[in-house]
Design a protein around this ligand. Structure first.
Ligand SMILES: NC(=O)c1ccc[n+]([C@@H]2O[C@H](COP(=O)([O-])OP(=O)(O)OC[C@H]3O[C@@H](n4cnc5c(N)ncnc54)[C@H](OP(=O)(O)O)[C@@H]3O)[C@@H](O)[C@H]2O)c1
Length: 269
């Protein structure tokens, strides 16, 4: 089988490490030319150099989530250099669990900051890529990285969950409104994944609680997100749009009661 993304031009935001890096690396290995869209140009260059050393095609573009004009400039720069954009992966996202609390302790300013910060890139970069590249070329795939926290409410991080839910709905709107241009948009919702963000913010005991009702009882690997992202970027998924796709080990199928009872069948007898 040939490479699944041969000839495609892709942008992956926040791709120095974690899920973004895994997706960008997988895209390179499947033959795409990948633009690593990063704020830290030094670590970004290391990622690009490693991709080129493996025989891949990669380049670097500046992207700072908190500097909104860079969302559009990034798209314009790639378009000026490569003349098209086939895939945009809006991977940037997250929140500070100290400031982004449960509803009782939340305040409007912090809540809105979290929501805005997470949704801004998805809106701005997608809008620029769609209007400047994908509509004229009559094709494109937008892949937004959501979270299971956007489909199943969390006990804390009110802003983060609402931001990811907004991203899901925005993606469906894009899919509906831009399908006529052969543009697709899907959301990939990771479950709890072994990245620096998780190591930093979720102590092992909390991770274990999250995994309590999760049928595949372990953290995900970033490469497991990349597998679906390759499919969504490739021509194999030409008929897949507006979808809400979860790579979460079944985290969302299980009532918390199973976590508490363990083997419910035994508990009943
Ligand atoms: N990990 C999980 O369990 C999990 C679960 C559900 C959803 N997600 C979602 O998956 C996506 C990736 O998360 P991750 O866990 O892979 O994160 P991560 O490992 O913490 O990596 C964060 C990435 O974001 C970049 N970044 C941080 N702040 C930035 C800014 N202001 N501007 C530009 N880039 C910035 C970092 O770049 P530097 O190298 O410059 O710091 C790094 O490349 C996010 O949308 C997150 O919400 C993750």
């Amino acid at each position: 089988m040939g490479k699944r993304l041969e000839g495609k031009i892709a942008i992956v935001t926040a791709s120095t490490r974690g899920i973004g890096r895994a997706i960008a690396d997988a895209y390179v290995d499947e033959g795409a030319k990948v633009w690593f869209a990063v704020r830290n140009l030094e670590t970004g260059k290391q990622a690009v150099d490693a991709a080129i050393a493996r025989g891949g095609k990669a380049d670097l573009v500046y992207f700072e989530a908190d500097d909104y004009p860079t969302h559009t400039k990034m798209v314009e720069e790639v378009l000026a250099k490569d003349g098209r954009i086939d895939i945009l992966v809006n991977n940037f996202g997250g929140s500070n669990p100290v400031l982004d609390t449960d509803f009782e302790h939340a305040n409007w300013e912090e809540y809105m900051k979290t929501v805005e910060r997470n949704v801004a890139t998805v809106f701005n970069a997608s809008h620029a890529a769609i209007t400047k590249a994908m509509i004229p070329q009559k094709s494109g795939s937008i892949i937004n990285i959501g979270s299971v926290a956007g489909v199943v409410p969390d006990v804390t991080q009110c802003g983060y969950g609402c931001a990811k839910a907004t991203i899901l709905y925005l993606t469906k709107q894009i899919a509906l409104q831009c399908g006529k241009y052969n543009i697709r948009a899907n959301v990939l919702h990771p479950g709890i994944t072994a990245t620096e963000a998780v190591r930093k913010h979720l102590p092992p005991a909390v991770q274990e609680q999250f995994l309590g009702g999760c049928p595949i009882h372990r953290l995900a690997e970033p490469t497991e997100m990349a597998s679906l992202a390759v499919y969504l970027g490739s021509d194999e998924s030409q008929y897949t749009t507006g979808q809400d796709m979860r790579v979460c080990g079944g985290f969302d199928v299980c009532s918390p009661i199973y976590a508490t009872f363990g083997n419910l069948k035994e508990a009943r007898t």
